[in-house]
Design a protein around this ligand. Structure first.
Ligand SMILES: Cc1cc2nc3c(=O)[nH]c(=O)nc-3n(C[C@H](O)[C@H](O)[C@H](O)COP(=O)(O)O)c2cc1C
Length: 319
């Protein structure tokens, strides 16, 4: 998720060992194909046994084939094309979800990626812009363009992220692909907040896999729970938080940028019930605390949880 699940975060989640894969934040193609160094940076530290896809967003097929080729060279396991972003400045440039109204162009973008890529190409779509009347047409465009999988966010562009995700659209997509494009996998997305939701989505829709958005950031241990494991303990949740904060708070000169990121994390994080009964403390961290105080708060939770929970920082971040 753009501005949220950065390379450091994704890498820590993949280190936990339960997520089946990950996708980068989107990279917009505006003036040409990015170099492999840029793509490698987007992908983050390699995780050879777990598929990590590079996501790009393009208004048309220009530079897509070359980017797809370079994505493979940079170590991406697959190239994902973003046809779901609802943001106005993206939409007005006819990229992201705007392409749902232009299935022929969408197909051409997918086909361009497939022509350049030595890796599979996937398409992330929404169910529509203002209604879902063209869902099958869009699925057909992505599939006939050569997508190996389609990731369907079951909301419309006009819903942004707020309205309930309507999973019957995923069931519809599943039935359509099974009948018309049986080799194309369907990944369901939208509104999975708890482990039981992920299981229910698979059962109710027949999708092949489930993609977590915001819940992955709120509770990275959810992947383990979905696989039938236990939820995060307080010790695990605190240790993860410290590893993540240290990934961007410790390097000198990054503290300023880190403040917003640390607060974003505090706002969303719920693993291990870490803020249960402590919402007042969360509010105080958000309104008053700098990064050092935020880190200290998680270190205190780790200490409460017992030895072994907290990785010790070499150097305290500046406030
Ligand atoms: C702030 C934010 C940024 C996002 N950025 C991306 C992105 O870069 N690429 C993408 O495919 N989806 C992006 N998404 C959408 C999510 O991947 C996902 O489709 C959406 O949040 C619905 O899933 P959820 O209900 O599990 O959160 C973003 C969502 C949010 C809230």
């Amino acid at each position: 998720m753009d501005g949220i699940t950065d390379a450091a975060f994704r890498s820590l989640v993949l280190d936990l060992g339960d997520a089946g894969g990950a996708v980068t934040e989107f990279l917009r193609l505006t003036t040409g194909a990015p170099g492999t160094r840029v793509l490698r940076r987007e992908l983050g530290p390699p995780h050879p046994s777990i598929p990590v896809g590079l996501q790009v967003m393009a208004p048309g097929p220009e530079w897509v084939a070359e980017t797809a080729a370079r994505a493979g060279e940079a170590g991406a396991s697959f190239l994902d094309l973003n046809f779901g972003c609802p943001v106005k400045r993206v939409f007005n440039r006819c990229a992201g979800s705007a392409l749902l109204a232009h299935p022929d162009r969408l197909r051409a973008i997918v086909a361009a990626a497939v022509s350049g890529a030595a890796i599979p190409v996937t398409a992330k779509i929404r169910a529509g812009i203002e209604d879902d009347g063209r869902l099958e047409e869009v699925l057909d465009a992505a599939a006939s363009g050569g997508a190996a999988a389609i990731l369907l966010h079951a909301r419309l562009r006009v819903d942004s992220y707020a309205a309930p995700a309507r999973w019957e659209r995923i069931a519809r997509a599943s039935a359509f692909l099974r009948a018309r494009h049986p080799g194309v996998a369907l990944v369901g997305n939208g509104g999975v907040e708890r482990a039981a939701d992920a299981r229910r989505m698979r059962e109710e829709t027949g999708c092949d896999a489930v993609l977590l958005g915001r819940a992955a950031f709120s509770d990275p241990f959810l992947f383990r729970e979905i696989r039938g494991g236990p939820p995060a303990s307080l010790a695990e949740a605190a240790a993860f938080a410290l590893r993540y904060l240290d990934a961007f708070l410790l390097p000198p000169g990054t503290v300023r940028a880190g403040t917003g990121k640390a607060k974003q994390f505090v706002r969303c994080y719920r693993a291990g019930g870490i803020f249960e009964g402590r919402e007042g403390e969360r509010a105080r961290l958000l309104s008053e605390a700098g990064p050092a105080a935020i880190r200290a708060w998680f270190a205190a939770r780790a200490a409460e949880a017992g030895p072994g929970a907290a990785p010790v920082a070499e150097e305290a971040p500046r406030a």
